[in-house]
Design a protein. Sequence first.
Length: 136
Amino acid sequence: MPKTSQAVAADGALQAFKAAFFKAMGHPLRIRLLEVLVQGEQSVRDLQVALGVDQPIVSQQLAVLRASNIVVTRKEGVNVRYAVRDPLVGELLQVARRVFENDLAGRQQLLHQLRQEAGPPARVPRSKTGTRLGRR
């Protein structure tokens, strides 16, 4: 049975929500921030030191994660501490890592097969004086 336009719109909204979540995580520095934050709460200074990135850049990327409700803040005196809102984010990162490992292992196997298929590297012909022939 075909979906109603209301059901299609609801599906579209849900898909947009999911896409926005992954888009917020879709930056190399934000992934690195999350990998540190799943280990525990950190200040911007802690994150800056851990990642070797300037404070404004760390703050900018944390703002994206915070706006997407992926990280939360807690005020501690004059410092703001950041944490992953849901510990399942850590599990998501672990699952992604396993997917990447599987992909890279498969690629490594293909590379190995390609190298076996090619045989030994071709020898470049040389003249009697030892200079290469056919290439300049």
